[in-house]
Design a protein around this ligand. Structure first.
Ligand code: ATP
Ligand code: MG
Length: 852
């Protein structure tokens, strides 16, 4: 078997000459490259029947059976170990074939197909009409229709020969013409309009996107996109339903689009590649491609760090502790093979509970590991799935290092510098809040806090109420969620106090936290003061417990960092380390340091939730960092489970609407929900939803799940498939499972004017989602449905009325009542009298005959 191997981007001349070789030499096949010029693709589809048996793909070829390779219209040889014969018409490139068996045939002609046609003529191979047409393509195209200066008499003669064999000029024209149809023009216009540079330093890299549907393979059009022309590399993102198709092209040796797109689960080679991805927006893809293009020479493996100490699995916990040093984690190995990770808390707890001599392997946690060739997209998916700060890298069971989430996120987002944002103060401000505390809490709780403070003092600890409740004491907003922080041991304090008082309690020593349940049903949450949870790469100083300041420094916003001491001797002293009091007074949300959103992107959502709830503004630097963080897609790095929790909290707030408007303004909805924005229409629907909650709760006397209804309204305009995927993405399982029913009901009510049909549809509809359904209906249908619900609640006729008429309860009751109800809905029955006389007239006979 012989194979003509076409190189990437082959043109018609290469293709026609390759085809000619298959005619000339039996059992010769063409191996197509990944990328063909558009005209070649056109030719292949036009002459499909002729060509399909002569084409092989890389997968379909068995190289052991190949005894010769042809190369046409090029002098670059493939990496094979069989004789190679080249036919080319370009100047001799004097390539070094390094001992390969290469026969180079160069000709001075306008098209290399000409030479092959001459050979065919000489060998008297029979050509049919289609063969002749396919061969003519290369000659015609490469000589520019015989206008190019390289055209020779030989080309004309070969072409004439093909004409005599019956070449089809119409088909020739179809393939070689460069004209666009209307669809092509629209597509080109859109891609040009959307084209923009990616901020990759030192290189010209462009990106664009296409939303319009296109019936053809989009690849051919790339060379007509003007902004792409000067680019070293470019990408096109084609939007298809819930997926995105990405094509990458490069002219620059150092930008390997094959590698770049392989990081997004794609394939291809250095200069041309493509991929399909699901679940990311265009903006996100831009961020990824910027990062990957800038960093492609520096592979992801540069994120693998080997700074953590490693210990052998049979070392005792006591000994492991000495290895921990200033690190928060140690890696446990057994002969180099990965066993798991131990962290400082675990080690300290193990020692405290008398397991000092136990082996490291007993306590090591396995954690989710990745392999060194993990792709960018896989890492992203892991970050959004698992709530952990480090990922051990393991190859064939052997430990290779760890990847720190924070480092990765900060590198991709470009937010690297960490500076305090609060107004630094040397000493905390203190204010006497005794009276405010006394007034704020019910006496019982106040007494309890005093007692807890006495116990704390006895044990030599300090105790504080902190966070949300203190913020709300300052704001004078009701809040009985009391969080207590202990400098000392929260667990011991709980045990001492609750046992004496005979209160129920739970403690979680491994977390150094616990809860006391008060007899009045309220609970007090306790935690031991601790440090920063989010670590910088391995190097955090290890401290068993922390003081109040350190505990507060890891918190989200200054307004949540206030503490009021309850230790007996300082009871009622408000402590303000970060100027939280001023920020509350000035009504602003301020993060504590510039990497705050990088450390925990959920804070983006929290910031807007507090701003919307309290009617506060974002402090300027915080606002800029938030905008930047959203723009750089940090929300992608937040575990989707936490996004679910945070959204549910948002829907539970009184000011959900305000919060959603903020989430819209700061493009958070856009990022979370595939480009969602709240336009005027959606704003109206949201307001209608709020009214519907109130109205329906009054009419029906039931409560509705806020989250489901908000989600259906927010995502109600998307095609069902997209909404479904988004709901699934953020773990709204219930909402996803009812979505189809919801959409179907909505559509059928919209599409009918029959009161009866609407009633029927509504009857089987899950009432939980009524507020969303009604808000999405046009006004007239809204009224109809509302009237239906009201009438349903107060029916014109009941079973009792029928009994009063002297009828015995039976299965037919239901039918009669429904019949009357429908008439009532249609207004042909308006009063009970009318209903009764209707029943007498229509049903009485049948009923009096009913069997006993
Ligand atoms: P709410 O009134 O909504 O309960 P809160 O301030 O009490 O407001 P919680 O979610 O109950 O908020 O959290 C308790 C405290 O924990 C907060 O006051 C805050 O200091 C801290 N906190 C919560 N989430 C984060 C986070 N993502 N990053 C840093 N600190 C946080
Ligand atoms: Mg709280």
């Amino acid at each position: 078997m012989q194979v003509v191997i076409l190189s990437e981007g082959s043109d018609l001349d290469a293709f026609s000459s390759a085809y000619g070789l298959t005619l000339l030499y039996p059992s010769t096949f063409i191996l197509l490259p990944n990328v063909l010029q558009y005209k070649v693709s056109k030719a292949i589809s036009l002459f499909q029947d002729k060509i399909k048996d002569k084409i092989l793909t890389k997968e379909g070829i068995n190289f052991e059976k190949v005894d010769k390779v042809f190369v046409v219209d090029s002098q670059t040889v493939p990496d094979v170990n069989v004789p190679i014969e080249i036919f080319d018409h370009h100047p001799n490139k004097s390539l070094n074939y390094k001992g390969k068996n290469v026969k180079l045939n160069l000709y001075n002609v306008g098209s290399i197909t000409t030479v092959i046609v001459e050979k065919i003529k000489k060998a008297k191979v029979n050509l049919d009409k289609e063969d002749a047409t396919i061969l003519s393509l290369g000659i015609y195209d490469d000589t520019g229709g015989f206008k190019f200066s390289g055209t020779t008499e030989r080309d004309l003669k070969a072409f004439t020969f093909l004409t005599k064999s019956g070449l089809d000029f119409l088909k020739l024209q179809q393939v070689v013409s460069d004209t666009f149809d209307l669809e092509d023009v629209e597509v080109i216009k859109e891609i040009i309009k959307n084209a923009e540079p990616l901020p990759v330093e030192g290189k010209k890299v462009y990106i664009s996107t296409l939303y319009r549907k296109y019936s053809k393979d989009v690849a051919w059009i790339l060379k007509y996109i003007k902004p792409f022309e000067p680019a070293d590399a470019y990408f096109l993102v084609v939007n298809q339903k819930s997926k995105k198709f990405i094509i990458g092209r490069s002219k620059d040796e150092s930008i390997d689009v094959g590698k770049i797109l392989s990081q997004l689960d794609g394939g291809g080679h250095k200069f041309a590649a493509s991929t399909t991805i699901v679940g990311f927006s265009y903006d996100e893809i831009k961020t990824f491609l910027t990062f990957l293009t800038a960093k492609h020479q520096k592979p992801l493996t540069s994120f693998i760090k080997t700074d953590l100490p490693t210990v052998e699995a049979d070392l005792s916990i006591e000994e492991v502790k000495s290895y921990l040093g200033r690190y928060r984690y140690v890696v446990v190995l057994q002969n180099g093979r990965y066993v798991g990770i131990l962290n400082d808390k675990l080690i300290n707890n193990a020692i405290k509970h008398g397991f000092s001599n136990e082996k490291a392997i007993v306590f090591a946690e396995e954690l989710i590991t990745v392999s060194p060739d993990v792709s960018f997209i896989q890492l992203l998916k892991m970050f959004s799935t698992y709530q952990t700060d480090i990922f051990p890298v393991v190859e064939k069971g052997y430990y290779k290092g760890v990847i720190y989430k924070k480092e990765f996120v900060s590198e991709i987002s470009g937010i690297k510098e960490d500076k305090p944002i609060f107004l630094p103060i040397s000493k905390p401000k203190t204010v006497n809040y005794l009276n405010r505390v006394k007034k704020f809490f019910p006496l019982e709780i106040f007494q309890t806090l005093k007692e807890v403070g006495e116990y704390a003092e006895k044990l030599g600890y300090r105790a504080f109420i902190i966070g949300g409740v203190v913020r709300d004491i300052v704001l004078n907003k009701e809040n009985l969620d009391v969080d207590i922080i202990v400098e000392g041991s929260a667990v011991d304090l709980i045990k001492a106090y609750a046992k004496d008082k005979n209160f129920n309690f739970y403690v979680y020593p491994e977390f150094m936290t616990g809860v006391i349940l008060l007899p009045n049903g309220l609970k007090l949450d306790f935690a031991t003061a601790r440090k920063e949870e989010y670590d910088s790469p391995g190097s955090y100083p290890k401290v068993e417990k922390a003081n109040l300041f350190e505990d507060l420094y890891r918190r989200d916003f200054t307004i949540n960092t206030l503490a009021i001491e309850i230790t007996k001797s300082n009871f009622g002293k408000l402590i303000d380390y970060f100027n939280g009091l001023v920020d509350i007074k000035e009504k602003r949300i301020r993060i504590l340091h510039s990497l705050s959103f990088v450390e925990d992107p959920i804070r983006i959502l929290r910031a807007l939730r507090f701003a919307g709830r309290l009617n506060f503004k974002l402090e300027k630097k915080t606002e800029n960092l938030l905008i930047y963080a959203v723009e750089r897609d940090l929300l992608n790095f937040a575990p989707t489970g936490r996004i679910n929790l945070e959204l549910n909290l948002t829907f539970k707030e009184e000011n959900t609407f305000e919060i959603l408007m903020l989430m819209d303004r700061y493009k958070v909805l856009y990022k979370l929900f595939a480009g969602l924005s709240i336009d005027q229409n959606k704003e109206k629907v949201l307001i209608k939803l709020q009214d519907s909650f109130l109205l329906l709760e009054k009419v029906l006397g039931i409560h509705f799940p806020k989250n489901s209804n908000y989600l259906y309204v927010l995502l109600g305009n998307y095609p069902e498939e997209i909404t479904y995927n988004l709901l699934k993405k953020y773990h709204f399982e219930k909402e996803a499972s009812y979505l189809n029913e919801f959409y179907t009901t909505l559509q059928s009510i919209k599409n009918t004017d029959s009161i009866f049909d609407i009633y029927k549809t509504l009857k089987s509809f899950n009432r939980q989602f009524l507020p969303a359904l009604m808000s999405l209906l046009p006004e007239d249908k809204f009224k109809i449905v509302l009237e239906m619900l009201e009438k349903e609640k107060k029916p014109v006729l009941t079973g009792e009325d029928l009994i009063k008429l002297g009828l015995k309860p039976s299965k037919i009751f239901k039918d009669i009542l429904e019949d009357v109800f429908v008439k009532y809905l249609q207004n042909s029955i308006k009063t009970k009298e009318e209903a009764i006389s209707y029943v007498k007239k229509t049903h009485l006979k049948r009923l009096s005959n009913q069997p006993e």
